[in-house]
Design a protein around this ligand. Sequence first.
Ligand code: ADP
Length: 349
Amino acid sequence: MEQQIEKLLATVTHPETGRNLVESGFVEHIAAAAGKATVVLRFAKARDPFAVKIKNQTEALLREAFPGTEILVVVKEGGAAPRPEPKTRTMTDGIAKVIAVASGKGGVGKSTVTANLAVALRNLGFRVGVLDADIYGPSQPKMFGVEGYTPLAEEQGGIDVMIPAEAMDIRLMSIGFFIKPTDALLWRGAMATSALKQIVHQTKWGMLDFLLADLPPGTGDIHLSIINELKIDAAVIVSTPQQIAVADVVRGVEMFRNPNVNIPVAGVVENMAYFTPEELPDNRYYIFGHGGAREYAERNGIDFLGEIPIIQSIMEGGDTGRPAAGIDSRVERHYRELAEKIVGKVMKS
Ligand code: ADP
């Protein structure tokens, strides 16, 4: 029975590495006797974000295979050694701080905020890069007007590195450079993860003060994989007023705060918060409601980073490949405030 169990464990893969539990060296002990089976798994990392998921998956698998047997899967984290996997070489050493921009769901302006925040940080004098990891709808190439860019490769120290696109002094690498828009939905799971891994580590980022990572909307395995790859210093969550209370946003915050992930949430940005007509610059119309984001943030001990209004040039900037924070002074002001707040928080940490 123990051999059968081992065979089954070899079918459970770790979502991050794509390697099964046996070949990863994570199976510490298997014991089966008198209607009971115990498996002890020991992971390499002290805090493995996939530990609970793998434990549940393993238990379900064994229960199904051995009905009537009492199954116990014990997980110990940290210390599985030696980790047989060769260490990936990485070009990320010159990046000082990585900020993830996330949202509970699509369409709230996460990519727009990422692009404009990048420009605002550049305007403050920082060296900035953008990693577009939104496998479901990579839009940074369009935002920066570099659609169709094909990253060239050059050899550096024996490995191939890719040259990022550059627009408005910002280095940009996108999963969108490698897939057709019609492919996007097919790019899930392991394939997307390994492509992103390559983009993260093999892009010639050079020296950067900030790398902004535009994450896919929502929460899931793919997020945890990216998060694990990047050593993220802070997460910024983008929301719109009408969905702020929805479970999606809470889940987004919880994903980062999960003890196994443990990434500081810099705060929540409320995008498309209100509308001000050009001819009535002092009027604010809170079309989608008001105060929800601030309230939610305060209740959950998260900083509220500010409101970005609905401004036509923001949308136009996204369509014409020039983020409005670089051309419209009204937009620039909002994003400068946001950038300064984030810099203040991230530099302290
Ligand atoms: P997400 O990345 O969350 O899916 P996008 O950044 O693609 O969302 O934004 C969705 C749409 O909303 C885009 O057409 C964008 O131009 C528009 N948009 C985002 N923020 C604003 C804003 N503050 N004012 C006007 N239009 C906006």
